[in-house]
Design a protein around this ligand. Structure first.
Ligand code: F6R
Length: 611
């Protein structure tokens, strides 16, 4: 949430920052700004996307030795030029960008107002900057020291980067709870909220930890803790290629990422699942297998789409491993007083690895001595580092705001973990184990088959794009897919959609059914097939429109449905990996046919680093 880019070094800073902001725009896009220093400090800010800022700066002299940039997802204060970052200090010498929320900003602001400070924006960021300025000026301490003193009094989450007119080549950055990566070049440093703005310049990076302050100059990177002690920077190599964060000929990242899925699922399986040997090897699981196999209960915490992956996992784990599973929204878990017992295992699922609610939920669980297993996509992210053990999903960078390939990779990882536990516990026999390994192994090819012909889904999208509401229904393993299909549609097309267990329909939602209501059934062949078919007939009897995701060759459902989207036949346990694909495409094509910006839907941000 909010993207930060900063640069100091021998290149011209503005083009580096602008390009970086475009890469980070998925994190927030209601306004953008840059502060540049050369002979004096200049700030430029604009409501709207990064392109609007770029346009407003055409023809201006933007030569700079260092600079900071920001693309915003509003928390305090409406999206506007005035609330856009960077903010300036009262004396005009400092500029600062911030990602996160300062919870005690109101108290700090009252003190500052009493001291005569005036505020130009409604943001907590300006308050923090002026608090730092006040310490710097009135206590006559260095800016670095002022930052440390200020941050000891701040409650909340932040990444900040400061630019100082009096020390133009030095950037001061700090983090707590929000991510910051520093790229190390020759005579230059790059700072960013994630590695995507950095990857084309260097692969050597340092991930800043909570409560660390970085003093960054072209030739020097000094890390200190808030107690002013030096911390040794831990340099890691980025395992990512530039092509992975570009659109590669697709109109949108979302479409590219949907089409990435045969490869991303394959990458997730690669080196882990060996269908010939009938084995699954996963470092993080193997090392902690005892803990997982002997779990008395598994508690899954996640948000949004990742929570839907957790719901599928609940069905899979209970079926295969006979371990009780509970799935909870991280945002609820963190504020409850959940009962966590010895022997409970927490699985935290997150694409970004930075979701604030999930991170804090992990902290709460750790306070209760729980064992945390992370299922995370972004390597080196906060959740991966906060977990005791884990498995990466290896889906590659996901840039489209609506999660697609990260979801299927999460399902694959969770399936493999369940199979591994179940086989070790002997809660499934070898025949079923080998059968499911084969089924998983075939998923990349089956997804590729679905993606071979998407024209009929485009036609469906045109047919139904003007519907006011959609209902998505599924049973068993496909119930969470109904929720996921509805979420995708809401996010991308702004059409109201609800997901429900198909049998629950008659307890309320059936009242909504009328001729103009499309009802999407997620009805691949499984043990509930006859039941869900009856549910579809109930909708038809009330003149609703039935659209169905079905298994190839399902003539029964075809007779009832107005429109169908077919997927290859598979075991019901892995069917969600296939049934979700047409729903991702349907949401995408509806969004596009309505002329919406599907990669950057309104009000959303990719990585939700505020609560
Ligand atoms: C939906 C979507 C969100 C995320 C949620 C959790 O398309 O992307 O619902 O799934 O914000 O994010 P992560 O997985 O990064 O923790």
């Amino acid at each position: 949430m909010c993207g930060i880019v900063a640069y100091t070094g021998n290149r011209d800073a503005y083009p580096v920052i602008l390009k970086g902001l475009k890469r980070l725009e998925y994190r927030g896009y209601d306004s953008a700004g840059v502060a540049l220093v050369n002979h004096g400090l200049k700030t430029f800010k604009k409501r709207g996307k990064v392109g609007a800022l770029e346009e407003s700066l055409l023809g201006k002299d933007l030569q700079a030795v260092a600079g900071i940039g920001h693309t915003r997802w509003a928390t305090h204060g409406e999206p506007s030029d005035r609330n856009a970052h960077p903010h300036r200090s009262s004396n005009g010498k400092l500029a600062m960008v911030h990602n996160g929320i300062i919870e005690n900003y109101s108290l700090l602001k009252q003190d500052l107002l009493k001291k005569g400070y005036a505020f130009e924006s409604d943001t907590d960021t300006e308050v923090l900057l002026k608090f730092i300025e006040d310490i710097h000026v009135s206590h006559e301490v260095s800016l670095e020291e002022a930052v440390r003193i200020a941050l000891k009094r701040v409650v909340g989450a932040y990444v900040i980067v400061l630019l100082n007119e009096d020390d133009p080549e030095t950037l001061i950055a700090a983090r707590k709870g929000s991510p910051l990566v520093i790229g190390i070049g020759k005579g230059e440093h790059f700072l960013a909220s994630d590695a995507s703005p950095i990857i084309e310049y260097t692969k050597e990076v340092v991930y800043i930890n909570d409560y660390e302050v970085a003093i960054v100059r072209p030739d020097e990177l000094i890390l200190k803790n808030l107690g002013n002690e030096r911390v040794t920077p831990h340099i890691t190599q980025l395992d990512m290629e530039l092509a992975a964060i570009e659109k590669g000929g697709f109109d949108h990242f979302m479409l590219k990422e949907i089409f990435d899925q045969p490869q991303s699922i394959f990458d997730c399986l690669r080196g882990r699942l060996d269908a010939n040997m009938g084995s699954i090897r996963m470092g993080g699981v193997d090392k902690h297998l005892d803990q997982l196999v002997n779990a008395k209960r598994i508690l899954i915490i996640a948000c949004g789409t990742s929570w839907h992956a957790g719901l599928v996992a609940e069905y899979v784990f209970e079926e295969l491993c006979r371990i009780p599973v509970e799935v909870e929204y991280a945002s609820e878990f963190r504020y409850r007083n959940p009962v966590i017992n010895e022997g409970d295992v927490i699985i935290a699922i997150s694409q970004s690895g930075e979701t604030a609610d999930t991170l804090v939920a992990i902290e709460r669980a750790k306070e209760n001595k729980a064992f945390i297993f992370g299922v995370v996509n972004v390597v080196g992210s906060s959740i991966s580092r906060q977990s005791h053990a884990g498995a990466y999903t290896h889906a590659g960078p996901e840039i489209g705001v609506a999660s697609t390939k990260a979801f299927t990779a999460q399902l694959v990882v969770l399936n493999m973990i369940a199979l591994k536990i179940a086989y070790t516990k002997r809660t499934i026999d070898q025949h079923r184990y080998l059968h499911l390994i084969n089924e998983l192994n075939e998923i990349p090819d089956k997804v590729a088959l679905i993606l071979q012909d998407t024209d009929h889904i485009k036609i469906l999208a045109d047919k139904y794009k003007d519907a006011r509401d959609f209902l998505y229904l599924g049973r068993g393993y496909n119930f969470p897919i109904a929720l996921e299909g509805a979420l995708k549609l809401k996010e991308i097309s702004y059409i109201h959609a609800e997901g429900y267990p198909a049998a629950e329909m008659k307890h309320g939602p059936i009242a909504l059914v009328e001729e103009s209501l499309p009802v999407v059934f997620v009805a691949t062949k499984d043990m509930y097939h006859d039941k869900i078919l009856s549910n579809a007939q109930e909708i038809k009897a009330r003149k609703g429109k039935v659209i169905a995701v079905i298994s190839e060759g399902d003539s029964q459902f075809q007779e009832v449905a107005d429109d169908v989207m077919m997927v290859p036949l598979s075991d019901e346990l892995v069917a969600p990996l296939l049934s979700v694909i047409p729903l991702q495409l349907l949401a995408y094509f509806i969004g596009v046919s309505k002329g919406l910006d599907v990669d950057k839907p309104r009000n959303l941000a990719k990585s939700v680093t505020v609560e």
